[in-house]
Design a protein around this ligand. Structure first.
Ligand code: SF4
Length: 249
């Protein structure tokens, strides 16, 4: 990244219309998001996509991430910071984190079990839903697939953050509460989607949707029990009534 590009991106990042960190606690469904024009991640990805040759979204996200890393490197160079030293410290700290123990946490295990079920069923139902051309079913299946892995990854992140004590456990505005809140929102959206599939004539009565709903309800209760202040977490933009959306897609 050259210096001019760095300055241009810094100027954009300072745009007062942007909501700082809004992309950290959203559900990532940009086409449905009312805050696209106030989200640095969205604008950056759009920028990368428009400058690429028919890039896929995954490639655009990858390029955006690469650009962020280059920005950090340029900022560090200007400030005379040795990023390699920081990386070594971070690696050493991560070595102390008992990731296996957190993976084996019963809540993490249950979240993964739901994710595997939802992903498997979602993949099987997607072509059937598309063939029926029923917008409600297509949307429900997309929702189930979208959150299948996100719910477990956010719960896992929340478990690790809370267990490792990286932030005060008695405060609401912490990353573990924010991650848990996103998981709860995904659980609620997924539950509604499964209920759509359960409506008469819309899903085979094989009990799988009902099982998925039960799993989600148990996860919801377990997350709220583990993170009692989860709903007090204020998500930038989304939970701030004064924040005006900057243009939906
Ligand atoms: S805040 Fe909205 S626009 Fe930004 S990444 Fe999240 S869903 Fe997409």
């Amino acid at each position: 990244m050259d210096s001019a590009e760095f300055d241009r991106l810094v100027t954009r990042a300072r745009d007062p219309r942007l909501i700082a960190g809004i992309y950290n606690y959203c559900d990532g469904r940009c086409p449905r998001c009312p805050f696209t024009q106030r989200c640095l991640t969205y604008l950056d990805i759009e920028d990368v996509k428009s400058s690429g040759d028919g890039q896929s979204l995954a490639d655009a996200v990858g390029d955006s991430l690469q650009r962020t890393l280059e920005m950090l490197a340029e900022a560090a160079r200007r400030d005379g910071v040795d990023l390699d030293a920081g990386a070594e410290d971070a690696a050493a700290a991560a070595g102390d984190v008992d990731l296996e123990r957190h993976r084996a946490d019963p809540l993490a295990v249950r979240a993964r079990e739901y994710g595997q079920l939802a992903w498997r069923i979602g993949r099987a139902l997607a072509p059937i839903a598309a063939a029926r051309e029923d917008a409600a079913i297509v949307d429900a299946v997309e929702t189930i697939e979208w959150f299948a892995s996100m719910i477990s990854s956010k719960i896992y992140r929340a478990i690790c953050g809370e267990a490792e004590g990286w932030e005060p456990r008695d405060q609401a505005q912490t990353d573990f509460n924010g991650s848990a809140k996103i998981a709860l929102l995904g659980i609620a959206d997924s539950r509604r989607a499964w209920l759509v599939l359960m409506e008469a004539g819309r899903a085979a009565a094989d009990g799988v949707p009902a099982q998925a709903v039960r799993m989600l309800e148990e996860l919801d209760a377990a997350v709220r029990g583990r993170f009692p202040r989860v709903m007090q977490f204020v998500r930038p933009g989304f939970d701030q009534p004064a924040a005006e959306p900057g243009g939906a897609q």
